[in-house]
Structure formats: C-alpha cells, structure tokens
Design a protein around this ligand. Sequence first.
Ligand SMILES: [Zn+2]
Length: 380
Amino acid sequence: MMAATPPTVGDITAFLEQWAPPGLAASWDNSGLQVGRAGRAVTCAVIALDCTPQVVAEAKERGAELVLTHHPLLFKPPRTLTDGHPVSAVALALAEAGVALYSIHTNLDAAPGGVSFALARALGLRDVAFLAPLETRPLRKLVVYVPESHADAVRRAMGAAGAGRIGAYDDCAFELRGHGWFTPRPEASPYLGASGGPTERVAEARIEAEVTSWNLSRVLAAVRDAHPYEEIAYDVIPVEQPFRNAGYGAVGTLPDPEPLRHFLERVADALHAPGLRHVGDASRTVARVAVCGGSGTEFLGAAISARADAFVTADVTYHRWFDALGPAGEPRIALIDAGHYETEAVAETLLADALRSRFPEVEWRVASHPTNPVSLFVRR
Ligand SMILES: [Zn+2]
C-alpha cells in the first residue's frame, strides 16, 4: 500500500488561513510564511509560541520541515542574513536546514475560536463571545446582475466562494427580479442579442451578498466563471456594520461565581503562572470574566463596558493599573496581569489540536521547552 502524499506547507497554511484569514491581521503585523517554500512537503512540524534557536534545534533534531509559531520572527526587514544578529541568525539556521517558518499572529487573535477563546476555555468560562469588535470595517456588499437563466448558478457560486457568511449561516443572499437593458456595439460578442444590434431587454436577477474584503477577488472570480455575459455589471459597496465573525479578546462567565482570591488561584493554576500582578478587592465576587491573550490592556474599557468583574491579560504598564480604579481609588474591575507567555501558550495546543484533526498524517509536536525568556524571582 502506498503512503498518502504528505501535505505541503501551502496546504497547511491554506487551511489555517480559512480559519484565520490574513485580512484579519493588524496593519503593523507580519503574519504569514516567513521563511521557506510553500511547495515543501511536511511530515513533521514543531509548534511554538516563539521561534527561538532552541525551537529550530528541536525541529532539526525531529526532522521537521515546518515550524509554526504565533509570534512572527521577522518584523523589521533584516539588512543581512548572517549569524551576527539574533533574529537573522535564526532565519539563516531555518533556511540552511530547509525548515519553513509560518507565523499566525494577530489574525489568530482575531479569529473565531482564536487565542482568547482558548484562554477563556482554559479558565473554564462558559457562553464565550468576542470582547471587542474589529476596528476595521472589512465587510462589502456585492451586488451582481445576471440573466434569470443563470441566477441560481451565480448565487451558488458566490456562496461556495465564501460570500454570505453571517454568524452561523452560510450562503446568505438576497435576490430581486427585474429587467436589464444593453445595446451591443459592433465590436461586442454578446451572449444575448447581436453585435451592433438593437437594444436588448432581458429578465435579470439582482443578487446581493456580504463579502469580506479579503475574499472579494475569490468571489468575483467565481461570479465570472458562472456568469454568461462578456461584461458583468456588479457593484461593490462598503458596509459600515462591524464584522461579527472576528474580534479581539473574549468574555464569558464562570460556572459558579467565586471570590477574587479563588479566581486568582484558578488563573495561576490554569496558566501555570508563577505569579499574578493584579488590582482588585480579594473578597469581591467574580462571575463575568473578560480575557485577552498577550498585550490586551487597550481592551480594559471594553471589559468594563461588558460588565466583567475581572479582566485577565498581560503587559500591564504602571499607569495602566490606575485605569482600573474608580474616582475614590476603589477597583472598578479586577485587572490581572498573568504574563504574556502564560496567557498565550494556549495557542500552541489550540493550533496542534486543529492541525492534528485536519492533517492526521503529519506529526505535530508542541515545542518541548517553553519559549518564555522571562523568569520570576519571588522573595521568600
Ligand atoms: Zn503575543
């Protein structure tokens, strides 16, 4: 029996980008294929939060062809590819070993079921929803005019290419019937009527569906394939509503409310955090909890508006702590800094679980050592 052909780097990244489209990434981000070739076959891959020299060594030792990280290795373009700089040295080591590096960063933060949802799950939260909508407005309304004979084919092609996904519904579309007019000039090759012929009046459908900006070209290509006309009349209209299938952070509820002092123990245990910096009243009850993996302090206001009793995130700077206090200096919310690595390490198992079920033929290994460079000294 022949073994199944292993997937390529491109097959794996296409699967990940269906879930977390690059269009969801922040403008300053550099997610995507960082090193290597999309056509490389993958039999083994190492998943880590960061691409460190230890992760590259582990990939080489295991014979892995791919390293998959949450944090991009390359942010600023390196001026040289030598071992003279820590970042370029890692990129060079990957290239020399023929190991590809793919990073899925803020697009995985913003994706449904992304990093903050995994963090919420790790803390045992229920009824989890996005905490804050995307700041960008990626939705477009695509309106296509098509002869009635081809209306169903075009509508189905739009849905199959990803148009009309609203919440838990696919293929959402609206259709109106009417008439279209056109006069083919002599150089035209019309599907209906004659070149240089009289004005045609055709029974047409107007089909509309929502499309994300990053999926628009794919949907338009599907429309062109299914539509009979030489020239297709269509409109792309910006939509002001926030995109509900993506966002930042997550908010949910504990199965049973508990005092903050117990909740802090829950957080430390679940995230293997050696310590937690926090603002809050230890006896206050925590029922509703907001989370944002990594540097999420910009969503403190959203957590307060969502009436969360606690907000778990990382990288809280000194002056930011004061924003968690009310006018009399009382905590308005329990703000908890559990550490950047600790709040995002869930990304490793999140990716491993998704990839193991989609590509069971690949050996998916979570990095055997934490990539966190920080340790905490606690005075006895
Ligand atoms: Zn991060």
